[in-house]
Design a protein around this ligand. Structure first.
Ligand code: NAD
Length: 459
């Protein structure tokens, strides 16, 4: 428990300046300590995630603790190579100097996480921040209290507080208290676009660089030539994982009219196959995080024709997976990010018509396309600017730590995961080293009459 926050943050800055975090040996040791803590606390992690979101251990492994361990292992494997200076060519003007880029730690960084993957979204960025040699303040979400408490205890038991600390509590109070009185060297925020805007403004006041991992409406297009059974499998498993509370879940489906009925019937079957005819009792199916989100989601159910599911129970924060046929594109279910188990489906006749719908919410966090045609794949990828894309898949790009993860425009700025995290939490410092044995007079005044020479060297 930290009482004197300004004093504590000043201690972190001093700890960073003393250089403890810089060596490869130190960074590796801290990553190994984090790995050990996550492995030791495995059961406690499952218990907390079940309490907050009713996640099963299997789902947790894929999307939370196993996901994190995979990122840790990848980083441990490559960290030494990432830390090496990158040698660069030197231009004629600067010869015989040598040039390199060094990855320099930023300093004291702030990582702010949301409630939907309350472990993974807090600790995956932490891996990159440790790897890059920083001190870190972690802010878990108050809306996943069991996991937030566990995160705090893991951090307190694993790291000295002047190196890494965890500050829980109400974001609207705690975060301004930190950001207004202290200049962080970087902020990585994951959460809603509305709060992202607040964070961006606070950071701008002090010219603090930010990475914003925000939300949005990720469209999922199913073309007439798609493999419908496979599309239904992959859309259903991701959309209803974590009860739809996933930033990169397919937000809505645009299906070619010729295959709409086939797709609807396939998704219905998959929902029953994956979550049974009574998903409320299913081991595989989660709950809505709180009453506020439950009520927001339940309102969507009346904004279209329910084709499947949609039963709900407030006491248990349960909303059954729901397939909703939507015709009113002005309805909130089509203008707001859904972030829950409601899946609108809209039939389209032409690419232009589908594009008109997608462009109402530009720059989504992800774009999903199901098609058998590489020509269509190229056309759609060229048409839809998005943070990421999957062809014949949905959401799994996030689990490949070789790919950058991030949005664009309203869905965010910057990227992380794997080497991209290391780069996000490092400054790429350009270094030019010049020998003293060669010091030609042409580089010094008087310059008069040397224009022809400069024109020869600088071109
Ligand atoms: P949230 O309410 O937990 O908020 C996120 C963080 O912001 C929390 O730590 C909270 O304490 C803090 N916060 C809340 N209000 C604040 C304020 N006024 N000032 C400063 N900080 C404040 O989570 P959320 O925003 O409801 O999360 C859901 C959203 O996050 C969705 O839009 C989703 O798409 C997005 N998301 C994005 C990603 C991604 O990787 N791009 C991942 C998960 C979730």
């Amino acid at each position: 428990m930290i009482n004197d926050l300004p004093g504590h943050l000043a201690n972190m800055r001093a700890y960073f300046r003393e250089g403890h975090t810089r060596s490869y040996a130190f960074r590796k040791q801290q990553l190994l300590a984090l790995k050990k803590a996550i492995e030791t606390q495995e059961q406690a992690i499952y218990d907390a995630l079940y309490q907050d979101l009713r996640k099963s251990p299997e789902e947790s492994w894929v999307t939370e603790n196993g996901f994190l361990l995979s990122e840790l292992n990848h980083t441990l494997k490559w960290l030494k190579a990432w830390m090496e200076p990158q040698h660069k060519p030197t231009n004629l003007l600067n010869l015989p100097s040598s040039s390199r880029v060094e990855s320099e730690p930023l300093g004291v960084v702030l990582i702010i996480a949301p409630w939907n993957y309350p472990l993974q979204l807090l600790l995956t960025p932490l891996v990159g921040a440790i790897a890059a040699g920083n001190c870190v303040v972690l802010k878990p979400s108050e809306f996943a209290p069991a996991t937030a408490a566990l995160m705090q205890s893991i951090i307190e038991q694993t790291f000295p507080p002047e190196y890494i600390c965890c500050i829980p509590g109400d974001g609207a109070t705690v975060i301004p208290a930190m950001m207004e009185h202290y200049t962080f060297d970087h902020v990585l925020y994951t959460g809603s676009t509305a709060v992202g805007r607040i964070i961006y403004k606070m950071a701008a006041e002090k010219l603090v660089p930010v990475t914003l991992e925000l939300g949005g409406k990720s469209p999922c297009v199913v073309e007439a030539d798609a493999n419908i059974q496979v599309a239904a499998n992959r859309i259903t498993v991701t959309k209803f994982s974590n009860a739809g509370q996933m930033c990169i879940a397919p937000d809505y489906i645009l299906v070619h009219r010729s295959v709409k009925d086939k797709l609807v019937s396939a998704i219905r079957q998959k929902i029953e196959a994956f979550f049974s005819t009574d998903p409320q009792q299913s081991y595989e199916y989660g709950k809505i995080i709180n009453a506020k989100q439950f009520n927001r989601l339940r309102n969507y159910l009346s904004q279209g024709t329910v084709l499947h599911g949609g039963n709900s129970q407030e006491e248990t924060l349960y909303i059954e997976p729901c397939l909703l046929e939507v015709t009113d594109l002005q309805a909130p279910v089509m203008t707001e990010e859904i972030f829950g188990p409601v899946l609108p489906i809209i039939a389209y006749d032409s690419m232009e018509q589908a594009m008109e719908i997608i462009q109402r919410n530009p720059n989504p966090l992800a774009f999903y396309l199901f098609t058998g045609s590489t020509k269509k794949e190229r056309a759609w990828l060229d048409q839809v600017p998005a943070g990421a894309a999957c062809i014949n898949n949905a959401s799994w790009h996030a689990t490949n730590h070789h790919l950058p993860f991030g949005g664009r425009g309203f869905s965010g700025s910057g990227r992380y995961h794997g080497k991209y995290s290391f780069d996000t939490f490092s400054h790429q410092k350009a270094v030019l080293k010049t020998p003293t044995w060669f010091d030609p007079a042409m580089k010094y005044p008087p310059f008069k009459g040397k224009l022809w020479l400069f024109k020869w060297f600088i071109r």
